[in-house]
Design a protein around this ligand. Structure first.
Ligand SMILES: NC(=O)c1ccc[n+]([C@@H]2O[C@H](COP(=O)([O-])OP(=O)(O)OC[C@H]3O[C@@H](n4cnc5c(N)ncnc54)[C@H](OP(=O)(O)O)[C@@H]3O)[C@@H](O)[C@H]2O)c1
Length: 307
């Protein structure tokens, strides 16, 4: 329900920021005491894929600030090591593990290393993802395959790798960062939408499979967020890029949504809160939604050309 989401977002925003808590960026050099006010996740182990950038990076710094031991997963090792050092300098605990989520063996090893280091794994957050915008009519099949291998298969690999330890414990949280694009197809993101629809289906089915197991599975569904993914997808080729004038929300909003999902055990949290209502209305009137999206796309394109 939208009101519940709003309340949840407010509650976790308070918990995540805490009195005088460090900002999400630039943690290095901040006093250890700044970690303490929001230490809700003290000593819990959280594994985050896609931690080297954007939403994953913000999640890592925020969970660390709230007392969690964080395992940082992505391909760029030096970026992860810098982030781990930043978190440690602020009094947190982090390990950097270079892994390609499309590689099942690498993901399994990353999970094994996390369990060996922290002796537990409480939360998995799947944030690794790529977006290669293109019209469906002309999308190179290999682009869709690449997106599927990271966005869908990467999520599957990580979920399958953590489930044995969570099953043994009878507890745990899995949060998959899907997208509002996983509920409604729209250009120029047809291929990306398809991968996120698939993530939604996989997540919902797993949630039912795990019913009563003590393991919670949540979806976080962001709209447009200000991260390198969006900057990089707003290129020169209009047929293949997002409109530059598209308004974007800060990554911290997604972090609050993830914390709400974990703390309150919510099945789905949309960013911004209440987007679910629009989504349901749109699903009731598909033809009207098509027309609105088509006009909106043309308007954004026109605005981009003016700027
Ligand atoms: N930004 C938005 O508007 C938006 C909206 C809705 C949903 N989302 C979703 O939110 C998630 C995070 O996106 P973001 O905006 O934070 O993007 P981002 O800044 O581009 O970060 C993407 C992350 O994924 C990692 N990654 C990509 N391919 C990988 C691979 N094969 N193996 C391991 N890690 C890989 C990247 O690290 P390396 O390059 O170091 O591997 C990076 O850390 C994605 O799932 C995205 O689809 C984003």
């Amino acid at each position: 329900m939208p009101s519940a989401h709003n309340e949840a977002a407010k509650a976790v925003k308070k918990a995540a920021t805490g009195a005088g808590a460090a900002r999400a960026t630039g943690l290095a050099g901040k006093a250890t005491s700044r970690l303490l006010p929001g230490a809700y996740f003290r000593d819990r182990a959280v594994l985050i894929t896609g931690a080297s950038s954007g939403i994953g990076r913000d999640l890592a710094t925020t969970f660390a600030r709230m007392g969690a031991h964080v395992a940082l997963i992505a391909r760029r090792k030096s970026v992860l090591e810098d982030l781990a050092r930043e978190i440690e300098a602020a009094g947190g605990t982090a390990i950097a593990i270079a892994a390609d989520v499309t590689r099942c063996d690498e993901v399994r090893k990353a999970v094994e290393r996390t369990l060996a280091q922290f002796n537990r794994l409480d939360v998995l957050i799947n944030s690794a993802g790529i977006a290669l915008p293109s019209a469906v009519e002309t999308i190179p099949p290999e682009d869709l395959e690449r997106m599927l291998s990271v966005n869908l298969m990467g999520t599957l690999h990580a979920m399958q790798a953590v489930l044995p330890s969570m099953r043994a414990k009878g507890a745990g949280s899995i949060v998959n960062i899907a997208s509002l694009a996983g509920r409604r197809g729209m250009p120029p993101l047809g291929g990306y939408c398809a991968t996120k629809f698939a993530v939604v289906g996989l997540t919902e089915a797993l949630r039912v499979e795990l019913y009563g197991s003590g393991i919670r599975v949540s979806l976080v569904m962001p709209g447009v967020i200000d991260t390198p993914m969006i900057t990089e997808a707003s290129g020169k080729d209009r047929a293949k890029s997002l409109p530059e004038s598209m308004p974007a929300m800060p990554a911290q909003w997604v972090t609050w949504a993830v914390i709400a999902a974990v703390v309150l055990g919510l099945t789905e949290v949309d960013v911004p809160p209440g987007a679910v209502v629009m989504e349901k209305i749109a699903a009731l009137f598909p033809s009207l939604t098509d027309a609105v999206l088509a006009l909106g796309t043309q308007l954004f394109d026109w605005m981009s050309r003016q700027s």
